[in-house]
Design a protein around this ligand. Structure first.
Ligand SMILES: [Zn+2]
Length: 125
């Protein structure tokens, strides 16, 4: 599971601390127990402590902030390309062992998972 850390302030005791944000689907999970008073801080109370990078307000979801793409974790070695006549060719890629397909929408990605056989992960666009 992808995750990242954010520095937040506890709404109960004011303690500044790092909290992990899990990159769950379809939205990231903002939940953290205060290290000082054990208060459970939820997304609506997520107060980011400003560091060098300015964050205007609690991130609703990563999706709203930056474009997110959906990668299907299956390794492909052949790429379909269309030539000028519109004919489709399967070409073996070179320079890498393979590639993973990335889609703009979750729906497209789900169709590519072969009924859930492959996992979907978020990548920033
Ligand atoms: Zn606290």
């Amino acid at each position: 599971m992808e995750k990242h850390k954010e520095k937040i302030k506890c709404p109960e005791c004011g303690k500044r601390q790092f909290a992990e944000v899990l990159h769950t689907l379809p939205w990231w999970s903002y939940i953290h127990n205060c290290v000082s008073c054990r208060y459970t801080i939820m997304e609506s109370e997520w107060m980011i402590v400003k560091t060098k990078k300015k964050v205007k307000e609690p991130l609703k979801a990563g999706i709203a902030v930056e474009p997110v793409l959906y990668a299907v974790l299956k390794l492909l070695t052949l790429v379909e390309v269309n030539d000028v006549k519109g004919l489709t060719h399967k070409v073996k890629i070179t320079g890498a062992e393979g590639y993973i397909p990335v889609f703009k929408t979750l729906k497209e990605a789900e169709e590519a998972t072969c009924n859930g056989k492959y996992k979907i992960t978020l990548v920033s666009g």
